[in-house]
Design a binder for this molecule. Structure first.
Ligand code: CA2
Length: 159
């Protein structure tokens, strides 16, 4: 039987608290809702998702390593590690899978320390401020790109 095409959906520290605290910043949807959005989006293309959430940097690195040979692409919201973790960036670079970076909030409207991401330079796309719909956009984009679908190539990418 052919291997099901799979995306690894990674959520980092504190995202397990979604829907339980700070609803004015992060909304009322839970982590389970986020994972369902990603699974539904992938399922519409006949793809599967594997979902991982961890509050520990090393566990996130291990999950990224585990994607080699088991997943075809990665959607990652690394939470606050986005702004600090060279280790997560190095792991993403090492596995070499296409990835989309997602942030629920518009990090550019928030504190200065959230404006820099160590991950964006190794991502195919970065989606910020779209709430949990950002995960759907990320899954659709990644699958369209991997399956050779209707993603539009920008002139920047062509340079
Ligand atoms: O906007 C995003 O998705 C972030 O990745 C969320 C991170 C933050 O450090 C990034 O700058 C932007 C924080 C996740 C915390 O999630 C919580 C959810 C509910 C209650 C408290 C925290």
């Amino acid at each position: 039987m052919p291997k099901t095409t799979t995306l690894l959906i990674i959520n980092g520290p504190n995202l397990n608290l979604l829907g339980t605290r700070e609803p004015s910043t992060y909304g009322t949807a839970t982590l389970a809702d986020v994972e369902a959005v990603a699974a539904d989006a992938a399922g519409r293309h006949g793809w599967a998702v594997t979902c991982v959430q961890s509050n520990h940097e090393g566990e996130l690195v291990d999950a990224i390593h585990g994607a080699a040979g088991t997943a075809d692409g990665i959607v990652i919201n690394a939470g606050a590690y986005t702004h600090t973790s060279i280790a997560i960036r190095d792991a993403l670079t090492a596995v070499g899978l296409p990835l989309v970076e997602v942030h629920i909030t518009n990090v550019h409207r928030r504190e200065e320390f959230r404006h820099h991401s160590y991950l964006s330079a190794v991502a195919e796309a970065v989606i910020v401020g779209a709430g949990i719909s950002g995960y759907r956009f990320a899954v659709d984009h990644l699958i369209e790109k991997l399956a050779g679908g209707p993603s539009v190539t920008t002139s920047h990418e062509g340079r």
